[in-house]
Design a protein around this ligand. Structure first.
Ligand code: AVI
Length: 322
């Protein structure tokens, strides 16, 4: 498909999802993937620097600390593919350790061209690493990577940063199952998961004092205004992040401060909201180690090796395809 064709299809998906999520009665919602246009991605980068948000630093710490062991546990003839193009630093530890054994190809997979360009800027000059961008959805990208593997080569997939926590529970296992279906014995998936921790710590991380997470959340409405001719008055909404104890997840919402309605021209939709009604924009699940193991088993992976961070409970799990 041409670049223009891809843009057109993405716009059609956005309209469909906005209609489905905001046009329904009951809890209104938007898929969290729409938080990440170029502005949203930049705001997320800022979140990762916040003192309250220790997740990304824990992920990076673990990868720096255990990259050499990871390399020892994996076949030498290897290609690496990353779901989401990663924010440079943490992936660098892995690539340097692996390429220290034998040169390798690294495929960042992302639907966003700007994210891939940024990734090339950050990881494009590591000795022994050839970076090949994959402008695809995750599963299409995985298909393309395994189609190019040479005989005798193993594949390491990276799914870092606890992005798996943004899936619903059934969706996470289903997604891992689909990844597993593309792997052969000797291949592996390195999965980052944020672990359960004191609720105060979590609430602070998603309600930061600087208001960056609030801006990140509100940007989803600003994006609808920019891209679909929406008329949301952002000042009439406020960011809410709550912890759902039963589901062990942070939920991000946009709460309407008043009774209001907003037209979205390109979706042919008028959204009506009562005062206090919310639009649910993201879930961020927090895991116990046994949850990660159960997900891995449910998806058909073999033995799992885990490393955890004590300062900010987080786990890196190497799921082997056996
Ligand atoms: C990308 N993802 C793992 C982040 C998270 O913590 O769930 C997104 C995020 N949302 C608010 N702050 C960060």
């Amino acid at each position: 498909m041409s670049a223009q064709g891809i843009q057109h299809a993405l716009q059609a998906d956005f309209i469909r999802d906005v209609r489905a999520g905001l046009g329904k009665s009951g809890q209104k919602e938007l898929p969290s993937s729409y938080l990440y246009d170029e502005i949203g991605a930049a705001l997320f980068e800022a979140i990762t620097l916040l003192p309250e948000y220790g997740l990304t630093r824990a992920d990076a710490r673990l990868l720096e600390l255990h990259a050499a062991e990871l390399a020892r546990r994996l076949p030498v003839s290897l290609v690496v593919a990353e779901l989401g193009s990663g924010s440079g630093r943490k992936t660098r530890w892995i690539l340097e350790a692996l390429a220290g054994r034998r040169p390798l190809d690294y495929y960042p997979i992302d639907i966003s061209r700007p994210a891939l360009v940024k990734c090339r800027g950050e990881l494009g000059r590591i000795p022994g690493v050839t970076l090949i961008e994959m402008e695809h959805s995750y599963l299409d990208g995985l298909d393309a990577v395994v189609a190019e593997r040479q005989s005798g080569q193993s594949v390491l997939f990276l799914f870092l940063g606890s992005t798996i926590g943004n899936f619903d529970q059934a969706g996470a296992v289903d997604f891992l199952r689909q990844v597993r279906a593309r792997l052969e014995p000797g291949d592996a998936l390195l999965l980052g998961t944020d672990l359960v921790k004191p609720v105060d710590q979590l609430l602070a991380a998603y309600n930061d004092a600087t208001g960056v997470t609030a801006a990140f959340n509100l940007n989803i409405l600003a994006r609808i205004n920019r891209e679909l001719g929406g008329e949301f008055a952002l000042a009439d909404f406020e960011h809410r992040a709550i912890y759902n104890h039963g589901k062990r997840r942070i939920e991000m919402h946009l709460r309407s401060k008043c009774r209001q309605q907003a037209r979205i021209r390109d979706a042919g939709l008028t959204v009506r909201l009562e005062e206090g009604e919310t639009i649910w924009t993201e879930s961020s699940h927090k895991f116990r180690l046994e949850d990660v193991n159960a997900m891995a088993q449910g998806a058909g992976f073999g033995p799992t090796i885990q490393w955890t961070d004590e300062e900010w409970p987080f786990a890196e799990s190497l799921l082997m395809a056996s």
